[in-house]
Design a protein around this ligand. Structure first.
Ligand SMILES: [Zn+2]
Length: 179
């Protein structure tokens, strides 16, 4: 739970953002509980807060990926969530690795989203910020961290958007050649 792009995974729980009906995977508090592995579902209000926070995180990184300045209110939203998050005080062993030790009994949605917030902060303030990308397919909107050596990755994954875009270009090209 401490991968640098965990915050992007969370932002991508809503995808096909460029379509008229994006795909929402967090439709109810229970979905958020499953995503965060929380023992119980958050209240509807906490759920709403978490979704609002997700959108703020998405906008922060989307602005960055497009070389634009983020809206101050989105940074404010992340900062106030960070201020309410449990302390980042202790690590524990987990399956051969380590993870931040969060008191899951406090159980609030925001408490269990803490690793997402920390990953957002680390990514924003860290050396990989210029590697945050938004998929070049305008319908997709998926955010990802470009770990390629050349740093020229444009698609969320070649097997999905990349190939689809290639196929479309090919289609248009052959249409033009026919004309
Ligand atoms: Zn894509």
């Amino acid at each position: 739970m401490s991968r640098p792009d965990l915050c992007l995974d969370f932002a991508n729980t809503l995808y096909w953002r460029g379509q008229s009906a994006p795909t929402e995977t967090l439709n109810a508090p229970a979905d958020l509980a499953a995503w965060t592995k929380a023992p119980k579902a958050p209240s509807p209000r906490e759920f709403e807060q978490a979704i609002a926070l997700r959108e703020a995180i998405y906008r922060l990184f989307d602005a960055q990926a497009q070389g634009k300045a983020a809206a101050p209110r989105d940074l404010d939203a992340l900062n106030s969530a960070l201020a309410q998050a449990p302390g980042r005080k202790a690590l524990k062993r987990n399956r051969g690795g380590y993870e931040w030790d969060i008191d899951a009994r406090s159980g609030t949605a925001l408490a269990l989203l803490a690793p997402v917030l920390w990953s957002a902060g680390d990514l924003l303030a860290g050396p990989k910020l210029d590697r945050v990308r938004r998929c070049a397919n305008p319908e997709c909107g998926w955010l990802f961290l470009d770990d390629s050596r050349a740093g020229k990755r444009r698609w969320c994954s070649m097997s999905a958007c990349g190939n689809r875009a290639k196929a479309r270009r090919h289609y248009h090209k052959s249409k033009e050649e026919e004309a």
